[in-house]
Design a protein around this ligand. Sequence first.
Ligand SMILES: [Zn+2]
Length: 263
Amino acid sequence: MPKTHYHSSGKYAPIPLTIATLLALPASIWCGNFYGAQTGSYNPTIAAEMGLFGRILAMSFWTAALSLIFYLFKRYNHNRNARINVGIGVFLSLSSWLTNWIFYCNMEMKGIHLVELVMVALPLSIMLMMNYYCEKCRQYYSSTSIFILDSGKFYKHARKPADYDFLLDLVMDMNQLPEKGPAQPKEIIKIIFYYCDSCGSRAIVDIDSYTWSQSSKHSYWKKESYYHHRSHHKSVISRQGTVVQGAYLGDEAGRNLKAYLVG
Ligand SMILES: [Zn+2]
């Protein structure tokens, strides 16, 4: 039976994985240490002066820095094994968090440290995220997004399950999201088209349904005269549900769709 949906191969290369981990570990520890120095883990005077807002801000930078480390880690080592990625992610997050405990002046668990633990755990979602990967060319897929504003047309075609080659028949209905939203909210279809830059074969689509509406007429923080035409009725979309995730297109349909959408 031919594969109709993407499944991660679970493969990984041990050497790049080891190198990436050895680079990510000191970086994660450094982030934790830097956060500790800024918020006074080693100095009670700084800790006392630090307001809650400052602490939350410092924490957000910590989370952002870890997210960046995790992103680079994944990009570099091409590990397609989610379990290993999450395992290493937990190890890195904990290392970053525990750094402050090793040098901490008075070891006393407070609520704020639990909040810190949650914040350093947030970037783990990056490790869980599935990134489509071309095993033949050893590279991640690129992607582009497009909308079908007439969802009725889409559903009329979408009767046969697990075959989305009909999308090629709808290229004339594919648009970028217009700047202005519709007077009445309506359902639209968002297609994320994934393709391998090198070989172009085995293209993948993620399809979601969205509600498309317009922003309210008056934004109280904007001066009406300036933005009269630009700020009114802007497109707003909110995700409703998943139609399909990771569905392969046939080779010919994929290539043609790539030619149309990407060039
Ligand atoms: Zn490829």
